[in-house]
Design a binder for this molecule. Structure first.
Ligand code: NI
Length: 129
C-alpha cells in the first residue's frame, strides 16, 4: 500500500559537514538512527584498546585516511571508501597511525570499549550532532 499525505521528514546528512563540527578523537557522535542502530562519525588517531563486544557487530566505513584493525592473529587495513564488519565475539584493536575519519554503525547501547573499562570509554549520553 502506498501511503499518501502522511507526515514524514527525510534528512540528507553531509558526512564532511558533521566531521567539521568537532576535533576530539575516539568520541563518536551520533548523526542518525535506524532500526535500533546508531550511525556515528568518529575521528581516530593513535591506538585504541584491545576489546570485544559480547553481542554487537560493528561496521567501520573509512571516509578519510587508512585504518588498521588489529586482531590477535592478523592485521586488516581499511582504506578510504572501504568498510569492514567486526563480528561481535572477536577481540580487536583499531589503530590510526595518521588521523582517520570513519562512519561507525552499531546497535544503540554499544560501548566503544566493549568489555573493557578504559579512559577511552565514551559517555552513555552520546552527543547527537
Ligand atoms: Ni569495538
Amino acid at each position: 500500500m502506498i501511503m499518501k499525505n502522511t507526515s514524514y521528514s527525510v534528512k540528507v546528512v553531509n558526512i564532511a559537514d558533521k566531521l567539521s563540527l568537532f576535533s576530539e578523537y575516539w568520541n563518536p557522535k551520533i548523526v542518525g538512527e535506524l532500526n535500533n542502530h546508531k550511525v556515528q562519525v568518529v575521528k581516530l588517531k593513535g591506538e585504541f584498546v584491545w576489546h570485544h563486544h559480547d553481542n554487537e557487530d560493528e561496521l567501520f566505513l573509512v571516509i578519510k585516511g587508512q585504518l588498521t584493525i588489529h586482531f590477535r592473529d592478523k592485521d586488516v587495513q581499511v582504506n578510504e571508501g572501504e568498510f569492514v564488519i567486526i563480528p561481535h565475539p572477536i577481540e580487536h584493536k583499531p589503530e590510526a597511525k595518521e588521523e582517520v575519519h570513519i562512519v561507525l554503525i552499531e546497535p544503540k547501547g554499544t560501548l566503544n570499549t566493549g568489555n573493557v573499562k578504559d579512559s577511552k570509554l565514551a559517555s552513555h549520553n552520546q552527543e547527537s550532532i
